[in-house]
Write a protein that binds this ligand. Structure first.
Ligand SMILES: CC(C)(COP(=O)(O)OP(=O)(O)OC[C@H]1O[C@@H](n2cnc3c(N)ncnc32)[C@H](O)[C@@H]1OP(=O)(O)O)[C@@H](O)C(=O)NCCC(=O)NCCS
Length: 165
């Protein structure tokens, strides 16, 4: 017989970071991706930017759970180098291991495509992302002054990070 707590656990067991499934992003995903992008970034990418990345053949993936897009990433792969252009987890899931799970799959995807290095830029103020990258062995290798728009005329520095995989 199934107890109430067993039933509850079965009902929620599919909604942990472990059950994220990666698949290539397609044009039909763009409305879901855009909605997450707008919830998560002060300066979100526009739909055209994602569409251009898809058209150009960049490595664009969505992380699915129960048929719903929960996160995504966009990688530019050139020979043995990967540039991480965007990685995002839906806002209500932050701090629950989804970013870690997505980064794990992202690194595996880059490695499988032959990348030896992954490079990225991140806002200096984005400490949750920087902490997560450091856990994967990314190290800071420079700063791009005033790279990102902030508000009004103010700009924010980008921290340049790289990992060897
Ligand atoms: C950055 C972002 C992807 C992080 O995703 P997240 O789901 O909140 O991150 P997680 O829950 O996986 O990580 C939270 C913490 O748990 C740790 N963690 C989670 N699962 C773990 C595991 N299995 N093993 C070890 N550590 C783990 C993380 O390293 C992190 O540690 P911290 O408490 O020291 O910060 C998310 O905040 C986001 O989408 N932000 C908006 C978009 C963005 O800023 N993207 C980056 C642009 S450069």
């Amino acid at each position: 017989m199934t107890t109430e707590s067993q039933a509850k656990s079965a009902a929620t067991s599919d909604t942990t970071a472990d059950t994220l499934t990666l698949r290539p992003m397609i044009a039909d995903d763009l409305s879901a991706v855009l909605a997450i992008e707008q919830r998560c970034y002060s300066h979100p990418w526009r739909e055209k930017t994602f569409a251009d990345c898809l058209r150009a053949g960049y490595s664009c993936y969505v992380a699915m759970q129960q048929n719903v897009v929960k996160g995504y990433f966009v990688l530019l792969l050139v020979l043995d180098e990967a540039q991480l252009l965007n990685v995002c987890v839906d806002r209500d899931l932050h701090g629950r291991g989804y970013g870690y799970g997505l980064l794990t799959q992202l690194v595996a995807t880059a490695q499988a495509a032959g990348a030896n290095n992954i490079f990225l830029e991140v806002r200096k103020s984005n400490s949750p992302a920087i902490r997560l990258y450091e856990k994967f062995g990314f190290i800071e290798h420079g700063v791009r002054r005033g790279y990102y728009p902030l508000d009004g005329k103010r700009r924010e520095d980008a921290v340049l990070m790289a990992m060897y995989c």
